[in-house]
Design a protein around this ligand. Structure first.
Ligand code: C5P
Length: 223
């Protein structure tokens, strides 16, 4: 039977992961955070001392990389060459490097193949930047989440503080977000873009519960 695929895209800090996770729990679907895959590639590049803007070195690196996803106690975990790197990939340094490596077509092609395999085999809520526009063009429901850059920076700052990751200041987080937004939306291959048939939700003044309820009702309307 064809699996149900829900695509949630948007810029950094728009609330995608919290919202996608809650929607997936409500529906009993798996949740796939695709950003974690690009983060794993970035971690490998940094560990090998590769400049994350060096396209040739990155397309070589990705030939022999093994990124895998598995679920433990309902939580997504990321394996990089058989090592669980779920926690290591959450630093501000990796956020920036992930945005750099994600611009390399060879990197995207490999990660997208994995994402499509997961979507074919599972009912999934998948979040990223190009899910509705490129990875799953036939997704059952497509959502594009936005919020002002100030709201997104504040959320990211608080989220990092909760995880014990110390960012210098909200301004610093905002600079990182603006860098990634620019990188992600101007790259040539599968950039961050709202799919023509996606429903846009501005989450600036909405609670997580309000956004989740809206998405669940859109999904119910479709089925
Ligand atoms: O979502 P997250 O912030 O973890 O993503 C890290 C980086 O990975 C993003 O800034 C973006 O450059 C890249 N990414 C992407 N396509 C996706 C998911 C993430 O290019 N589908």
């Amino acid at each position: 039977m064809k699996k149900v695929n829900i695509a949630i895209d948007g810029p950094a800090g728009a609330g995608k992961s919290t919202i996608a996770r809650t929607v997936s729990e409500t529906l009993g679907f798996i949740y796939l955070d695709t950003g974690a895959m690009y983060r794993a590639v970035a971690l490998k590049a940094i560990r090998q001392g590769i400049n994350t803007r060096d396209l040739n070195a990155l397309s070589e690196l990705v030939k022999n990389i093994d990124v895998r996803i598995f679920y433990a106690a309902n939580e997504q975990r990321v394996l990089l060459d058989n090592e669980d790197v779920t926690c290591e990939i959450r630093t501000p340094e990796i956020s920036i490097a992930a945005s750099d490596v994600a611009a390399v077509p060879e990197v995207r092609i490999k990660m997208v193949e994995l994402q499509r395999d997961i979507a074919k085999a599972n009912d999934v809520v998948m979040d990223g930047r190009d899910i509705g526009s490129y990875v799953l063009p036939d997704a059952d429901v497509k959502i594009y989440l936005t919020a002002t850059v100030e709201a997104r920076a504040l959320r990211r700052f608080n989220e990092q503080a909760d995880k014990g990751i110390k960012a210098a200041s909200i301004e610093e987080v905002m600079k990182d977000i603006e860098y990634r937004d620019r990188n992600d939306s101007t790259r040539e291959f599968a950039p961050l873009v709202k799919a023509g048939d996606a429903v846009e939700i501005d989450t600036t003044h909405m609670s997580v519960r309000e956004v989740v309820n809206k998405i669940i009702s859109l999904i119910k309307e479709q089925s």
